[in-house]
Design a binder for this molecule. Structure first.
Ligand SMILES: [Zn+2]
Length: 721
């Protein structure tokens, strides 16, 4: 693997070359000249350059802003950095460009005594390069310093957009409650709040933890601090408010604006879009965000969501099996086409936001795509959309966000941004998102959708994500493919550069370990998206969609609720047991080797110990899950043979392994990750094994049916479901 000083720069720079002559010896002294500013990226650039050279000295370090000497879509985010023996010169072609020049210098200076004489001229391809933090497990536990660390983490990758979900809801998953998240107290509706239950076993504390608290961002209401930090990093904040789908809290708490069925009964999901009260509610929430945070901090972007507006069960916590329909049947709504209702509603919201000064309003693509689940209900609405956008004069404001999270080309739902329609577009890959289950490695997804953005002239990408530092390499891929798609190369090139940066003394080993991780959770093509076929098992689909208790937390039609883990999962697994055992033996060997490499890298001088230990945990998580399922197959056979005492011994051993994994989680991950769903998932497995062992020891002669665990599970297990 070729190391070069330029590998240290994230994302990959456009033009970089070494110059003749000696390099700049890094001492803490220099005569620094930098433009002054009270806030914003220029202030941050100056602050950081002074931190790099805190003492006066002879060598000159000069920061300045000039007009770019070249034409490019994002020239003003560009910079030119020149390093010679006695001088460092950073010319920003705009305010952000200046800061990016300083960040590049910091990257070159890291772990170096001397920066070689060189010059870098750099600018991004895409004006929108961002990270979206979903309101979900993880963000609901993040304290102020965690949010500010997130913002810094993306800023140092030269991402310029931070989308933050302030309101979003999913169905009932745990504790018989809808998963609802409100991250901002509403002045007009102080009754709306979403306390979060935390339940898990802590090996560190040696006890079960149970608490219920408001999300810290709501409890302490520090949204303004996030806006301020983003402004100073040159980051555009995009508040996201789910305004139709992903919306149960508001229609449940304010039934006057909920859609109704034929009998006039409120639906607890969606809105009646014919009522002025609905707009009054939404606009008062939008305006609070805009007036209190966006105008004072100069932000002009908003996301109204509008994805997945489809009914079904599991939207009503009082009756999880009741079929709920978001399409209102009141006299004003019932005779209108769904497509018309949707487009009218979207256009009204966007028009209001434009009037309030928003320059871009993001809207999810799926309801506009008649091939996708949501859009199927509406049919082809392209003509309607284009006409409505024209009539309302919002073509300059609406930005379609094309989201798709597959790693394989054949499965991608987004392959075209239809540039001929003349609308603005961005793409949304994901960062793995469900970090509380298994760390996925979606570099392929980012690469693929980045290619579509590049080909079709999109404005960039904003990932769908939950922040976790374990996704460090994935986040570098996001930065690389949104800054300069062609320069970024393949996902393996991203991995090579990452290995060179973080493990310079053991690059080959690190590269091997990351590739092994990619294979441990690889997504393969299969006949159905979430259903591996016998030809090759898709490890991602197996580990996430089949073998994880999380997926069985949702109610399912015609099945008792709460659903029981193992029953359904094991029943399915037995239908293709041989293929799955092959996949598990292969996969566990891969995860075991990757883990052992990371553990050795953690001890090597010059290597990134923090990341090595973290990745070792993620590999241990893969490994434990795979060994669990091999053990479950073994226990199933022993149960059928009536050998309950051996089953108990195996279950106790799995419990010990699970506790070791949980200890590693508490040792390596931040408190907000631990407190969120991650440790609760682990605890569900832990208690399952304890229950099996207890039952088998108590009933050594009674047949145990692992396909029917309902009578085996303890109260503790049900408490966790
Ligand atoms: Zn209605």
């Amino acid at each position: 693997m070729q190391s070069s000083v330029f590998t240290k720069i994230v994302p990959v720079p456009k033009q970089a070359r070494l110059l003749e002559g000696a390099g700049f010896r890094l001492e803490r002294r220099a005569a620094v000249t930098a433009p002054a500013a009270q806030f914003g990226p220029v202030m941050t650039a100056a602050k950081r350059i002074h931190a790099l050279f805190p003492e006066a000295g002879e060598k000159a370090v000069t920061l300045s802003i000039e007009k770019a000497p070249f034409a490019a879509r994002c020239a003003e985010e560009g910079y030119c950095l020149t390093v010679t023996e006695n001088a460092i010169d950073i010319v920003g072609y705009g305010e952000r460009g200046l800061l990016y020049g300083v960040i590049t210098l910091e990257q070159l200076a890291k772990d170096a005594d001397t920066i070689p004489a060189l010059t870098v001229t750099d600018w991004p391809d895409n004006p929108i390069r961002g990270f979206k933090e979903e309101s979900r497990f993880g963000s609901d536990q993040m304290e102020r310093e965690d949010w500010l660390a997130l913002v810094e983490d993306i800023a140092l990758r030269k991402l310029n957009t931070f989308a933050i979900s302030l309101y979003g809801c999913w169905g009932v998953q745990y504790d018989g409650r809808c998963s609802e998240y409100l991250f901002l107290p509403l002045k007009n509706h102080p009754e709306l709040s979403t306390p979060k239950l935390v339940k898990y076993y802590s090996p560190t504390e040696g006890r079960w933890i149970e608490s219920e608290d408001l999300p810290p961002i709501f409890r302490d209401n520090f949204l303004e601090d996030i806006f301020r930090a983003c402004r100073d990093w040159g980051i555009e904040v995009v508040p996201l408010w789910n305004s139709f789908g992903h919306n149960t809290l508001i229609p449940r708490m304010i039934p006057e604006i909920a859609p109704v069925d034929e009998m006039g009964i409120g639906q607890k999901f969606g809105f009646c879009t014919a009522k002025q009260d609905t707009y009054d509610f939404l606009f008062s929430a939008f305006d609070q965000i805009i007036d209190d945070y966006m105008i004072p901090y100069g932000m002009t972007s908003f996301n109204i969501g509008l994805d997945e507006v489809s009914g079904g069960i599991n939207k009503d916590p009082d009756d999880v099996f009741r079929r709920v329909d978001p399409w209102c049947k009141c006299p004003a709504c019932r005779d209108r086409e769904k497509g018309e209702i949707f487009i009218d509603f979207a256009v009204k919201l966007i028009s209001h936001l434009k009037k309030k000064g928003m320059k871009q309003v993001f809207l999810a693509c799926d309801m506009l795509d008649s091939k996708r689940a949501g859009g199927k209900q509406l049919g082809d609405v392209t003509e309607k959309l284009l006409k409505a956008v024209q009539d309302a004069d919002i073509a300059d404001t609406l930005v379609i966000s094309w989201w798709a999270y597959h790693n394989i080309p054949e499965k991608m739902q987004v392959r075209n941004l239809y540039p001929e329609r003349g609308l603005r577009n961005i793409v949304a890959p994901w960062n793995g998102y469900q970090m509380w289950c298994v760390a996925l490695q979606p570099l392929g997804n980012i690469h693929l959708i980045g290619a579509t953005n590049h080909r079709d002239g999109g404005e960039g990408m904003v990932s769908y994500s939950i922040w976790d530092r374990s996704q460090d390499r994935v986040h570098d891929a996001l930065a690389d493919y949104s800054w300069g798609y062609e320069d970024a190369g393949t996902p393996n090139d991203v991995t090579k550069r990452y290995a060179l940066r973080h493990f310079p003394t053991a690059t080959k080993e690190a590269y091997r370990a990351y590739r092994l991780m990619d294979y441990a959770v690889e997504q393969r093509n299969s006949t159905k998206w979430s259903f591996p076929d016998a030809e090759h098992v898709s490890m991602l689909d197996l580990l996430f969609y089949r073998f994880n208790p999380y997926i069985y937390a949702y109610p399912k039609a015609d099945a008792p609720y709460p659903r029981v883990f193992l029953d359904e999962a094991l029943e399915w697994a037995l239908t293709m047991r041989e293929d799955l055992e092959r996949a598990l033996y292969n996969g566990s060997a891969v995860a075991r080797e990757a883990r052992s490499i990371f553990l050795s890298l953690a001890e090597k001088p010059g290597c990134d110990r923090f990341q090595a230990l973290r990745q070792a945990y993620e590999c241990m998580n893969y490994l434990t899950l795979m060994e669990d399922w091999l053990a479950i197959f073994e226990m199933y056979d022993l149960c059928n043979a009536g050998d309950n005492l051996t089953v108990a011994a195996i279950a106790r051993k799995r419990a010990v392994e699970r506790i070791a994994l949980m200890q590693s989680c508490e040792d390596t991950k931040e408190k907000f990750v631990v407190k969120a769903m991650t440790m609760r998932q682990h605890s569900i497995f832990l208690q399952l094994y304890l229950d099996i062992a207890d039952w088998c020891e108590k009933n050594p002669a009674e047949p145990l049916d692992l396909l029917n665990m309902r009578h085996v599970l303890s109260d503790r297990s049900w408490w966790l479901r």
